[in-house]
Design a protein around this ligand. Structure first.
Ligand SMILES: [Zn+2]
Length: 594
């Protein structure tokens, strides 16, 4: 190996990893740098802020180091030959995007710990993990090799990109295995409660994996083209960190790192009884489904702009509405097709997504293509103005997928499933552009979708979803909004914080009254407020209401105008219509239970 990393658990209480990087055959000035971002999470995170005590050595002689920028160093060896870098990384980030170490658990992404050797990225890289506390195990999708030193765990990667695309979990975790369509899968869970039902999690995850492998590689096609229609990985690892509060995931080429509340994991119930699950478990299965779908859609099919990753800066693309949005569309749909949720639950999730987008004034300000491009400074850096200025490429992107799928199906020419497989086949699971997506839609749908893409992806008008869903035989019902929704206000309520304004929506009554994010609502019409809903008790039609608000220590009096409030701001309920025709029922079956 010409690039070799020795990673040691240095001090669990100080949260320090110690890294020794040895590079063979260095000639002249050699650069090293740490990524500023991790692919899949579109924000500059400056991982080098946790790197310290960097030293360079050649044999027994210390070499001078020059720091070039926030994350780049240069070494000038005295003679050609191997160079060794030694440094420490502080790791106490509980998210899936960085690195963590304490006395119970370790976790890391290579982007946080492993300096990139400039010009040597495409050479094979070796990683040895040393000094693990007793009883700790290692889980990763990295290729394991026989260790050269006792007690070490050794891995190899073809290049730096592969090395840092395999997160590593360390600790005394729960571990289970299953096969899906012949491919070995592993699931590790750290931090679970004693009542955790691992077998249930494995069974449900396996159903998701099989539905997705069948989606991308239909078994009819598999017989015809055996090699081309196998999953693009030999082995897959789910690593879930169960915590008190937390939710999220990050996709990788053959694994995913997940974080979820331990209360939402399946629990063993009395013998003979089956744990009922619930909404939070469906959300967790949706997360598992989402990250697994990314194994095809974003890790292999990927934006042409991200065909080669630049670790030193933002990597812009307008296509996250496709890679995140379409993945969000299929994550829940494939739970339905895997038989893990019923039609009613699935339609409730779709209605929730539609209602969420309709409640966001920013949908009229930003298109999903712009939202994708600006992810680095907007979606990932949300603030009190986010709902007014931005639209989520996840949720609206999922609805663009829904609109395209229903359009294709109702016109009788294929489905979005066929479009996804067409893209996969044509690009051989590689980089694609928006033109490729348009071309695949045209081939499957037998007409141009340029106008639809211009309006839905690059425009800010609402999607024609109601018409499309009704045409598919579903009923659309707009629910009355809560008081907060009708006032255009998002608040947090707590015994200590009182009623605190989080967001004031553009053009709303709350905005007209002069309410601002951070305000604490104290009283209305001279009466103490404990909950926002208390306001209703003092509301009289056509009569402006006096509000007492605390803002930066001052007490401010505001007048809330009593203009008519929108009565239908509360979300969308979808249901299978009882009067659906036979053709509509066939469409629904093909869509929901394909
Ligand atoms: Zn995603």
């Amino acid at each position: 190996m010409t690039v070799h990393y020795r990673l040691a658990v240095h001090d669990v209480h100080a949260h320090l990893y110690r890294v020794t990087l040895r590079v063979d055959a260095v000639r002249g000035v050699q650069g090293f740098s740490l990524p500023v971002w991790i692919p899949g999470s579109y924000m500059v995170r400056e991982f080098s802020r946790h790197l310290s005590m960097l030293e360079a050595w050649q044999g027994t002689r210390r070499l001078p180091l020059t720091q070039i920028d926030k994350a780049t160093w240069e070494v000038r060896p005295r003679q050609s030959g191997p160079v060794e870098l030694r440094y420490f990384v502080y790791a106490f980030d509980t998210s899936v995007r960085a690195a963590f170490l304490d006395d119970r658990r370790g976790f890391f992404n290579g982007t946080s710990l492993l300096l990139r050797v400039a010009g040597r990225e495409d050479e094979p890289q070796q990683l040895d993990i040393h000094d693990l506390p007793r009883d700790w195990q290692v889980a990763t999708a990295l290729r394991s090799v026989r260790s050269r030193t006792a007690g070490a765990h050794s891995y190899e990667a073809t290049d730096y990109h592969e090395l840092v695309d395999h997160p590593v979990e360390l600790g005394a975790f729960w571990r289970g295995r299953f096969e899906a369509r012949g491919v070995p899968h592993e699931f590790v869970v750290a931090g679970a409660l004693p009542s955790f039902d691992g077998e249930r999690l494995l069974a449900d995850t396996r159903a998701i994996c099989e539905a997705q492998i069948d989606f991308w590689h239909p078994r009819r096609a598999a017989r015809a083209r055996a090699a081309a229609s196998k999953p693009p990985f030999d082995r897959y690892v789910f690593m879930l960190n169960a915590v008190d509060e937390g939710y999220g995931g990050l996709e990788h080429r053959a694994s995913t790192a997940l974080i979820a509340s331990r209360r939402d994991l399946p629990r063993r119930s009395r013998p003979g009884a089956r744990w009922a699950g619930g909404d939070a478990y469906v959300t967790l299965l949706g997360l598992i489904s989402h990250e697994y779908f990314h194994t095809w859609n974003v890790k292999r099919l990927r934006p042409a702009e991200l065909a080669g990753i630049d670790y030193t800066r933002e990597n812009y693309t307008q296509l996250l509405w496709f890679f995140e949005g379409f993945t969000s569309y299929y994550d829940d749909l494939l739970l339905r097709r895997a038989g893990l949720i019923d039609d009613k639950t699935y339609l409730r999730l779709v209605g929730k997504t539609i209602g969420g987008v309709l409640a966001t004034p920013g949908r009229g300000v930003q298109s999903v293509a712009q939202s994708s491009f600006d992810a680095w400074v907007k979606y990932y850096r949300s603030d009190e103005n986010t709902p007014n200025a931005t639209v989520s490429y996840y949720t609206k992107g999922a609805l663009v997928a829904l609109a395209l799928d229903l359009t294709l199906r109702s016109e009788g020419h294929g489905s979005l499933d066929a479009v996804m497989r067409e893209l996969w086949a044509r690009s051989s699971g590689g980089p694609i552009s928006e033109a490729d997506i348009a071309a695949a839609l045209e081939r499957v749908g037998r007409r141009s979708f340029a106008g639809d893409l211009a309006a839905w992806v690059h425009g800010t008008g609402d999607l024609p979803l109601r018409g499309l869903l009704e045409r598919a035989g579903l009923t659309w019902k707009t629910e009355p909004g809560t008081l907060a929704q009708r006032l255009g206000l998002r608040v947090t309520e707590g015994a200590l914080t009182g009623v605190q304004v989080k967001n004031v929506l553009r053009g709303s009554l709350a905005e007209k009254a002069g309410l601002a994010a951070g305000d604490e609502l104290l009283a209305a019409e001279g009466w103490r407020l404990r909950r926002l809903d208390d306001l209703q008790s003092w509301m009289v039609a056509d009569h402006p209401m006096q509000l007492l608000v605390a803002r930066d220590q001052r007490i401010v009096t505001l007048r809330l105008p009593m203009a008519p409030m929108p009565g239908d701001a509360g979300g969308i309920t979808l249901a299978a219509g009882e009067k659906a025709s036979a053709a509509q029922q066939r469409l629904q079956r093909a869509w929901l239970a394909a």
